[in-house]
Design a protein around this ligand. Structure first.
Ligand code: CO
Length: 298
């Protein structure tokens, strides 16, 4: 990892930190989530970064992948546990982060334990440590307080214009002996729940990403694809971004998106949900293993 790369990562981390602080200040009961999301994403750009993916504002039993749509009138309700998952990139180098706010006042211990699990894993993080050992620590910290780790969600590496690369960092002890190596940038993200510790895909999706380069025929599909590749590269994007930035009618965009999905040229990230009535908390930060040291981006 060269100096410029490290500088870019660090700047992405600084912007992410600022956005977390701004989010904690701005997110209040009654807040319109669409306006909030757009505000944070535009602040990221003002600071010289870009969103590495649409801000995720998953609530209660939804663990990940909720971002408001253009039509959304969703407001933050008082009885909500919300995960604020923010990714920022600077010239393609990504800081990925998340924290949880409990507006219900009922899940303080779950929020704190999730943060504690992250901190315990961060303390262990260094070159040579196995990803399974990190998962084991996360699992024991969460279970120690009576919560379940979500088994089928994990942390991950990040790389230039790629928000999810190997190795994945499990939230359970899975005996994966792959090791943290020099030059890796890694997002660790424990998820705790009072549910069963397993998420399933919902039907709704608002976040997408270019998947495979396959030929598409329709004019609409070609236009969307060119726009997405030019503006977001291979990073996840929200359909609401297209609605705003791409000069195209809603009808034409829907036709284009349908073709791109059918040809598997883009993939969707559906909501990931725990059981109804259960709660999920998340904490996340990004670390670099660089020249024998650990650089925490935020
Ligand atoms: Co992440």
């Amino acid at each position: 990892m060269d100096k410029t790369e490290v500088q870019n990562y660090k700047k992405a981390g600084e912007i992410t930190k600022e956005m977390q602080e701004l989010s904690a200040k701005k997110l209040k009961e009654g807040a319109n989530l669409y306006e909030f999301a757009e505000h944070i994403e535009s602040e990221i750009k003002k600071k010289g970064g870009a969103p590495a993916f649409p801000i995720n504002l998953s609530m209660n039993n939804v663990a990940a992948h909720y971002t408001p749509s253009f039509e959304s009138e969703d407001v933050l309700l008082g009885d909500t546990v919300i995960k604020v998952d923010i990714g920022v990139h600077v010239n393609g180098f990504i800081a990925d982060s998340a924290f949880t706010i409990d507006f219900s006042g009922k899940h303080k211990e779950m929020v704190e334990t999730t943060e504690q699990a992250l901190e315990e894993a961060v303390k262990m993080f260094k070159e040579g440590v196995s990803v399974g050992a990190l998962g084991k620590k996360i699992e024991s910290t969460l279970r120690g307080k009576g919560f379940n780790p979500i088994q089928n969600l994990s942390g991950h590496g990040v790389s230039e214009y790629d928000a999810h690369v190997g190795p994945s960092i499990p939230n359970i002890a899975n005996n994966d002996s792959r090791k943290i190596e020099e030059g890796m940038a890694i997002a660790i993200e424990p998820f705790a729940t009072d549910g069963e510790g397993f998420v399933r895909e919902g039907s709704q999706a608002e976040i997408f990403q270019v998947a495979e380069k396959v030929p598409v025929r329709g004019m609409e599909a070609r236009k969307i694809l060119a726009f997405v590749e030019e503006n977001y590269s291979k990073l996840p994007f929200a359909e609401r971004w297209l609605q705003k930035e791409l000069k195209m009618s809603d009808f034409a965009r829907k036709i284009g998106m349908r073709e791109l999905m059918q040809k598997k040229c883009i993939m969707a990230f559906p909501l990931l949900k725990e059981k109804e009535g259960k709660t999920v908390c998340q904490a996340e930060t990004t670390l670099l293993a660089h020249e024998g040291k650990v650089i925490r981006l935020l």
